[in-house]
Design a protein around this ligand. Structure first.
Ligand code: GLU
Ligand code: ZN
Length: 303
């Protein structure tokens, strides 16, 4: 009898193509690759281009990372080509009664009282159980403004805990978060979780600014019928002000840094608490998540 085909799991890097990657983004991409490659996973790439797209940025982001000697495995996905798939899976959730329309503005939500166990800004559930007559009125009101209702996930507001390989347990209440926005664009949480599931991603490595999204994403992952991936939220690179590194901090893109003779691999290795790395093979040999420095690194761009 032939032995069953074993499909290796996958890691991924999923940037939003709103501009060139800066050194902090590149370091996160490198970490995602190292974790995948050391564990025999494929390393996938997904462009999260549902909004905030700068023309040409998606291609430059990918070639910047490949220029470091990193190999990206197929398939490479662009979310903007996948909206039909998102519609189908949203319909499956809706058929289970897990989706409802929300007519609230951002201001409505800010002004509503939040349930005591929910973090500030959590959706208070205003539209969850509206009678159909009110829904029709609200829909018509939005329609007159050229908008559609946002679509939210029906949850029971319970907390979820995920285990993170860097941060340990991350617990947060799961509110009725948005699946499709009022401008008709699929929400990051929905598209990212569905794509990770469909692509067989079983390890999510990304910046720790997204750690607080992991519990709600894990909840949605299960509802969509996928296994919850391992999470690895890695420290961010900060700029001189102590806020997360940004383009306005100076020369921070790979092209700018290379023009100044900056050694990207050496800096990445040192900043993570290893020696200066000479390249991808050296990094693969030396990297060890358990020994990675967990404090954020401050980068002071020159020029
Ligand atoms: N597109 C997101 C970002 O650039 C990352 C999404 C993810 O890794 O889950 O911040
Ligand atoms: Zn609402």
């Amino acid at each position: 009898m032939p032995s069953p085909r074993i499909t290796p799991g996958a890691g991924r890097y999923a940037p939003s193509p709103s501009g060139d990657l800066h050194l902090g983004n590149v370091r996160t991409a490198v970490l995602a690759f190292l974790c995948a490659a050391q564990s025999g996973r494929r390393f996938l790439w997904r462009s999260e281009d549902l909004d905030r797209v700068q023309p040409g940025a998606a291609e430059r982001q990918r070639s910047d990372v490949e220029s470091l000697g990193i190999t990206i495995d197929p398939p490479v996905w662009s979310q903007s080509t996948r909206t039909g798939i998102y519609e189908e899976h949203l319909a499956l959730l809706a058929a289970q009664g897990l989706v409802y329309e929300c007519y609230c503005s951002r201001k409505d939500i800010q002004q509503a009282a939040t349930a005591p166990h929910m973090p500030p800004g959590a959706y208070p559930g205003t539209c969850r159980d509206l009678p159909e007559a009110s829904r029709a009125t609200e829909r018509a009101r939005l329609h007159a403004q050229g908008r559609v209702p946002a679509l939210r996930l029906r949850t029971d507001g319970r907390s979820e805990t995920v285990h993170d390989r860097v941060l340990g347990e991350v617990t947060a209440p799961v509110d009725d978060f948005v699946l499709r926005r009022g401008d008709g664009v699929f929400a990051y949480n929905f598209a990212a979780v569905l794509d990770d599931g469909l692509a067989g991603v079983d390890e999510v490595v990304r910046g720790d600014d997204l750690a607080s999204s992991a519990p709600r994403q894990a909840h949605l992952t299960r509802l969509l019928g996928f296994a919850v991936p391992a999470y690895v939220h890695v420290p961010l690179v900060l700029g001189p002000s102590g806020a997360r590194l940004a383009k306005r901090d100076g020369a921070v893109t790979l092209a700018e840094l290379r023009d100044r003779g900056f050694d990207v691999w050496a800096w990445i290795g040192s900043s993570l608490g290893f020696g200066p790395w000479t390249g991808v093979d050296h990094a693969l040999m030396e990297f060890d998540l358990a020994r990675m420095q967990r404090e954020p690194t401050v980068f002071r761009p020159v020029g």
